[in-house]
Design a protein around this ligand. Structure first.
Ligand SMILES: Cc1cc2nc3c(=O)[nH]c(=O)nc-3n(C[C@H](O)[C@H](O)[C@H](O)COP(=O)(O)OP(=O)(O)OC[C@H]3O[C@@H](n4cnc5c(N)ncnc54)[C@H](O)[C@@H]3O)c2cc1C
Length: 415
């Protein structure tokens, strides 16, 4: 293990995991810069109205809480059992952390990382060879005014998440006919349909595609909107068969998660509400004449051709990591999830199931053939949506044992 104490660390992304990694580096007095293309906690801000399903105690660390207590004693942290929205988590925890003297000068907001490579080495040079570590990484950056620049770093922690990279909604993950042209008119992610975006969805027919917790949340919120705006109508499409779109976890200890599953399954099965559910349905073509001009959507449902004219489309079909970022580096990607192979293989061995039961996979699983480049956080799981913040904090503990060359280093344990 290489000892890297004096080396520069670049953290990509100031989400909960990137920020925590910077905090850990600061506690070890390692020089560190965080590059964030938007604001601190940008993705949580985007789904700010959604309640997290894990409690605050699980979404924060002893290190972070101690930092805030020390630097901002007047700030009251939420109760460990509190269930916060994404926005409240940013206000209660991420922003105070980012403002702490230990971090404030190391965070560069509105700075996107476009590409990462190695000075003097191309992708194909010295495969998996430690000699590549002799030269620093080169990061191509772009600020919010479009100005580009290069920064160098010795260690890179890619914590850029996946939320900014939605998948295609067409059958087999291939864009539906017309989807590429219609993409900018389709909503991806978690729209605040009953809040900030109410005027867009009230009394409209919305097609929702997907069968995960994001789709379930969207459908529940649209149904709540329909209580006050009865002409609101939801057509919900899922790829899998079965009348209950969301698979419930037996004895789920995360009540909030179970609550969404139960509510969404109830909406899908009852026939007197404003939601019609279509299992075993795939989209093959989608057309729109432009903003606010509606969509014509066609595909197959249970083997039969179907089509709908709808006013809005929300695609909650999952996310995929931005692998272009490190295309010039030697990253061994899983052919199924696009996560880094070591971790993906360990996760595959564990099998699917509840994310709460997935143990830490240890430092070795975080290594890539490219020395000193690590993918952490939601992105480390690739297309697998089972990631928990708690897992990300364990990854940070593990990765710093590698960076520092200290096998038993654990800043969480000593607090
Ligand atoms: C709706 C929703 C609810 C969730 N609820 C929970 C929950 O209750 N409990 C739980 O444990 N997990 C939950 N998760 C899963 C996961 O913990 C979150 O997705 C969490 O935000 C992941 O943190 P992260 O730091 O890895 O990534 P993100 O929060 O996605 O942060 C990535 C950051 O990188 C920035 N970025 C992206 N690309 C670039 C670039 N090229 N250059 C610079 N910056 C870049 C982004 O702007 C963003 O700030 C939830 C996920 C979603 C979508």
């Amino acid at each position: 293990m290489a000892r890297m104490e004096s080396q520069r660390i670049a953290v990509l992304g100031a989400g909960p995991i990137g920020l925590e990694a910077a905090l850990y580096a600061a506690a070890l007095q390692l020089p560190c810069t965080v590059f964030e293309r938007g604001r601190v906690g940008e993705n949580l801000q985007r789904w700010g109205h959604v309640r997290l399903f894990s409690p605050f105690g699980m979404n924060s660390t002893p290190l972070g809480r101690a930092r805030i207590h020390a630097d901002q004693p007047q700030h009251t942290l939420p109760d460990a059992n509190a269930i916060l929205t994404g926005r409240d988590h940013v206000t209660a925890y991420l922003e105070p952390l980012a403002l702490s003297p230990a971090l404030i000068s190391s965070i560069r907001e509105n700075t996107a990382v476009l590409r990462v490579g190695r000075r003097g080495f191309l992708k194909e040079d010295y495969p998996g060879d430690i000699r590549r570590a002799k030269e620093p990484f080169r990061l191509l950056l772009r600020d919010d005014k479009g100005k580009e620049s290069i920064e160098e770093a010795d260690v890179v922690l890619d914590c850029t998440g996946v939320y900014g990279h939605p998948r295609w909604l067409g059958e087999g993950g291939v864009p539906a006919i017309g989807e590429i042209a219609a993409r900018s008119h389709i909503a991806h992610g978690l729209e605040d349909v009953a809040g900030e975006r109410k005027a867009v969805y009230a009394d409209k027919t919305t097609l929702v595609i997907g069968s995960g917790y994001s789709a379930a949340t969207t459908v529940c919120n649209l149904a709540a909107l329909a209580d006050k705006h009865p002409a609101t109508w939801v057509i919900w499409l899922a790829r899998a068969p079965g009348t209950q779109p969301i698979r419930r976890i037996t004895n789920d200890s995360l009540r909030e998660r179970d609550h969404i599953a139960v509510r969404a399954n109830t909406l899908a099965t009852r026939s007197d509400g404003n939601v019609e559910f279509h299992p075993q349905t795939v989209v093959e073509a989608i057309e729109t004449a432009g903003p606010d001009r509606g969509f014509k959507v066609s595909g197959h449902s249970g083997g039969k051709a179907v089509s709908w004219d709808v006013e809005r489309v929300i695609a909650n079909v999952g996310y995929t990591p931005d692998t272009d970022l490190y295309r010039e580096l030697q990253i061994h990607e899983c052919y199924a999830t696009l996560g880094p192979m070591g971790l993906a293989a360990a996760l595959l061995k564990h099998g699917g199931g509840d994310c709460l039961t997935i143990p830490s996979q240890g430092p070795a699983a975080l290594r890539n053939p490219e020395p000193n480049f690590y993918i952490l956080g939601a992105k480390s799981y690739g297309r697998n949506s089972n990631f928990l913040l708690r897992t990300g904090f364990e990854q940070i503990r593990d990765v710093f044992t590698l960076i520092m060359g200290k096998l038993h280093l654990d800043l969480y344990k000593t607090r």
